[in-house]
Design a protein around this ligand. Sequence first.
Ligand code: ME8
Length: 520
Amino acid sequence: MSDGSSFYITTPIFYVNDVPHIGHAYTEVAADVLARWHRQAGEDAWLLTGTDEHGQKILRTAIANGVTPKEWADRLVETAWKPLLQTVDIKNDDFIRTTDERHEVNAQKFLQHLYDAGHIYTGEYEGFYCVGCEEYKQPSDLIDGTGEFAGVQVCAIHSIPVELLHEKNYFFRMSTFADQLLALYEDNPDFVQPAAARNEVISFVKQGLSDLSISRSSFDWGIKVPWDDTHVVYVWFDALLNYITAAGYGHDDEKFSRLWPATHIVGKDILRFHAVIWPAMLLAAGIEVPRRVFGHGWLLVGGEKMSKSKLTGIAPSQITDTFGSDAFRYYFMRAISFGQDGSFSWEDLSARYQSELANGFGNLASRVIAMVVRYCDGEIPTPTVFSEDDDLIRATEKRATDAAGEAISRLAIHEAIAAIWELVDELNGYITSQEPWALAKDPANRARLEAVLFTAVRGLGTLAVLLSPIVPQATGKLWQALGGSGELTDVRIDQAWQWTGGTHVSPLEALFPRIEATVG
Ligand code: ME8
């Protein structure tokens, strides 16, 4: 089906009941870094993000605010969710809303196809439903409530009481796909990542799967079931389909075969939906399963999963207003091993900003460029003789290029940055030990001074190319100052160390200015 030529990557589509916090921005940035990287490696990369707008959670929020659910969704999308993409500098190729006609119509086609093929039947269900999760819960998913909910069972994720629902619904025969799913995890060990998440999914499926209730008749904010308009489609069944409806399923076959299958980046809270329900739906429809599903960890604040409902939510702009979007992107990608939980603290953010971005990278760039201006009138020297130390820097440039690319292919974004940072650290050490300011004092050392400055400029250019997906603003400025040819984002990242261009440098403003105010 797929010709395998593209890199199609997705974020979850987010609920519009509330505004985004840094957990949502974290997922956006991770997916964007991967998309930018693959785009810069010359691949046909495609980043999809969007919003999940149906279901009880949105309906109740809209009612509480005295507007229709569509009005509410429109307001939140325009004032909060789309602006988030600017706030953290996301270069998405598409933005899908589940209220888009292209989604609703083609989701219905998918459903009708499953119905015609005998994968759907009418049944009854009684269970505990969490509106926060939009999911029926098993007794093992519940914990004892505290505070105002003391004495009742609450959802372990949202800490709110569950509701006992009894419904006559349409069901998807998910249970029949357990063996095929287990074979998929077995044959394709990278399908669910990281490894701990994969093991959890396997043991969940090994316990046996129930069929899935996929419609609701007690409210009408959703996509109508095509053969029975007294029911709307269960919000998760509807939402998961965004990944294919946005890619052309049902209306643009060429696009669909170009893009599909996708790499899904999600938080571990919703891994099962993506690693179990979603591939089962696709298997039933005879569509290829995703390329992989990566469940990243949670951002913790004060030791707890950060969330709006628990009042630990931090708006992304609280960080970017002070530190800028590059620092946001760098910090979360660098400080947290992608796939693990990570604690956010203002102290850690400020410390890394100062030591790694401002002192480590920013100062290196300013100093090297200032020396080329001062000692060579801005002209980048063209030496012919190099020392062993110079060759070592070149070797690190190549090593960083290869190691970072390899780490990205495993979605290990933090390891890629660590590999690139070896070059930052080595270049700083190189400048310190070569002392170009001392060489400049004696004209007899001219050739050596030129070799050192040339080597440093080359190293900086390699850094600009490699760091471009992570800190696009700062590297764009650096690229300009180095006189690199063309757009930085067009320079092949998999050959970063071989970048060309640059006869003259131009002055560079501080890439990461000192932050004066106390934050927090
Ligand atoms: O679940 N740390 O949407 P949602 C890290 N609409 N990431 C976090 C986070 C935290 N503390 N909090 C949220 C939904 N996230 C469904 C998805 S997809 C077909 C439908 C991120 O608005 C993380 O990516 O509740 C998590 O999976 C997602 O936000 C949940 O967003």
